[in-house]
Design a protein around this ligand. Sequence first.
Ligand SMILES: C[S@@+](CC[C@H](N)C(=O)[O-])C[C@H]1O[C@@H](n2cnc3c(N)ncnc32)[C@H](O)[C@@H]1O
Length: 275
Amino acid sequence: MVSPTEIEIKLYEVYDASYQVFLKNWQVNRQVALDLMQKHLKPQPPQVAVLSVGAGPGDFDVQVISTLKQEISKEFKLRYVAVEPNHLHRQRYEQKINPSKYADIDLKVHPEKIEEFWTDEKFDIIHYTHSMYHMPGHEQQLVQKAMEMLKENGFLILTLDTRDAIIFDTIFKYAALTGEGFTDMLQMEKMQTMVDELGLSYEVVKYPEYMDVTLCFEENSSAGKALMDFFCQADSSQLSDEQRQEMLHLLASNINEKDGRKLVPLPAATMVICK
Ligand SMILES: C[S@@+](CC[C@H](N)C(=O)[O-])C[C@H]1O[C@@H](n2cnc3c(N)ncnc32)[C@H](O)[C@@H]1O
């Protein structure tokens, strides 16, 4: 395995802090992806094997495991493999999902980036849940690699924000204001074009999700700063006061107030590609 550089370690730490705040304020709909997994799963004895790419701190994988445990009968062993290069996410993952809590599951967590990961194992389900954004330029190759890693009845499942998600506007705005950060980031519509180019068929389900950005408007709030970092996908302390006001204005112009919370739209979609 290639060890992370000092800069990567620092970025992983910043990302972990902002993702924790993001997760707490995200009105996420994980059910669509879980339903699609149940719908397409055709288990063959003796084992159901899942690969989670960019597993993060494990919040979604806990739900996948519990759904699959209900879905498959006792004669199947569940094998669950996670790929997660961020050491802090892995620590959180291993606190949540470990052999003492899940003695009946064959668990493995790999520290590599997916581009460096190799196995001859085959999987029933491979999922990239909100992780393909972080592999720019490798998307088509990773889809092809996943198709090769699937069992005969297996399927790949990709979840991404759709183009209407406000985060693409904030990332773009940050780049325009500072000349740094990302000018482009993967969206489901672009992913669909890439999968079309590969000649693969798929099913896509789109659905609304929201983020409560109330914290971003609190002065001197470290959680608010961490959330703003996530909306910039960069260090928001690089913004001048005036630039910060512009970012807040962009968020404010997209807010729906609900029960005292400031919600901005982050619609997402889940794609299933069967082998
Ligand atoms: C937005 S988080 C999603 C986490 C989790 N799947 C979820 O839905 O909550 C994206 C994850 O992708 C991981 N990631 C980034 N680059 C990666 C790469 N090259 N290979 C594998 N995972 C990567 C990040 O460390 C992070 O945990």
